[in-house]
Design a protein around this ligand. Structure first.
Ligand SMILES: [Zn+2]
Length: 164
């Protein structure tokens, strides 16, 4: 399956990565890439605010690091373009039929529908590495199952290692 393999570790555990590029599996010659995320919690989801950020340095060779960055940038651009198309072409057709108090939400819904193919693509073809930070744990998400299990083995001294 092309879905990502998740390894959940305690947030305070200093995660060790295999000495190979997270994307192409080759020697990185010590090159790393900084990946940063925000904490997702029930409260922060409800308030739509982001919690304390979490940063790791992942082993990644230079050319793969550039590819991963470009992919993120492209995804962001594509989402902005999708939102722009909805607001320019779809929204004017819908706005008169939308009840006033619901307009904002209908507009957000339309943008989400337009961005759905992108979201689906990122699930079916996940990036080589991604992560999600929770209150007391981190999901390290890998595209390659073999890399994920090496990562889990390297960190088996943590309080828990949950493979998903
Ligand atoms: Zn690489």
């Amino acid at each position: 399956m092309p879905l990502s393999i998740d390894v959940n570790l305690p947030r305070n555990h200093d995660a060790q990565f295999p000495a190979r590029c997270v994307q192409c599996n080759l020697n990185t010659n010590g090159n790393t890439m900084r990946v940063r995320t925000h904490t997702i919690g029930l409260l922060s989801s409800l308030l739509m605010v982001f919690g304390k950020g979490f940063t790791v340095h992942i082993p990644c060779c230079r050319s793969c690091a550039a590819k991963i960055r470009n992919r993120k940038l492209l995804g962001l651009l594509a989402t902005i373009v999708a939102a722009g198309l909805v607001i320019t072409f779809v929204w004017p057709q819908v706005v008169d039929f939308a009840p006033e108090p619901l307009r904002k939400w209908i507009c957000v819904g339309l943008i989400l529908v337009a961005a759905l193919p992108l979201l689906l693509l990122s699930v079916l073809y996940p990036p080589a590495f991604d992560m999600t930070a929770y209150g007391d744990s981190i999901d390290y998400e890998f595209r390659h199952a073999e890399y994920a299990s090496s990562f889990a083995q390297l960190n088996d001294d943590a309080d828990w290692v949950k493979l998903g």
